[in-house]
Design a binder for this molecule. Structure first.
Ligand code: FE2
Ligand code: FE2
Length: 188
């Protein structure tokens, strides 16, 4: 199955993004397995999550219109954020994948959001921490996530938000909602 998906991805993504996608698929499968979730679903969502990652801004905006995906003010400024929702629709249309859990995980992997399923949270974390990712502190984050998924996820979202702020990018409201929900869960 890995090879079939990789061949498919190689037709539309760079080698680097293909390796990243495979890393996310494998890491998501492991995380799902150790949490009693479907490893197959996690692998499928993980390897396909960046299906639309290398489309130009114009194409992402055009496809968003075609799929009736709402484009909010932040996405207007950073159309790259649309590669999650557009990718989910393309995977459905082109590959015939209809599983709502897989599609939602792909849709939410960039900005996060409220009420994400355990699978969607796994894809979000694996996207940042798969083995080819390299940034200061990544190994510590990986270790934390293995030992304590909830605590590790909070650190992943925190580091993502810190990065967005440090670059003076716009922070998407869905990421704020995600953060607030995690903080509420932590206090419960
Ligand atoms: Fe992505
Ligand atoms: Fe990714």
């Amino acid at each position: 199955m890995e090879k079939e998906y990789l061949d498919l991805l190689r037709r539309r993504l760079s080698e680097k993004t293909c390796l990243h996608s495979l890393g996310v698929g494998r890491m998501a499968r492991d995380l799902a397995g150790s949490r009693g979730l479907s490893g197959h679903k996690a692998f499928t969502a993980g390897i396909l999550h960046d299906y639309a990652r290398e489309m130009e801004d114009e194409s992402l905006l055009r496809e968003a219109r075609r799929f009736s995906i709402p484009v909010d003010a932040v996405m207007q400024v950073h159309p790259i954020l649309l590669h999650g929702p557009v990718g989910a629709e393309m995977v459905r249309e082109e590959l015939g994948i209809e599983d709502p859990e897989i599609l939602t995980a792909i849709r939410c992997h960039t900005c996060g959001g409220e009420r994400m399923s355990p699978l969607a949270r796994i894809i979000y974390a694996a996207d940042i921490l798969e083995p080819s990712r390299d940034f200061p502190g990544v190994e510590e984050l990986r270790r934390r996530l293995q030992e304590d998924f909830a605590g590790g996820l909070i650190q992943v979202v925190e580091s993502t938000i810190n990065y967005v702020l440090s670059q003076h990018y716009l922070l998407h409201p869905a990421t704020v909602d995600f953060w607030n929900e995690l903080m509420q869960e932590e206090k419960e």
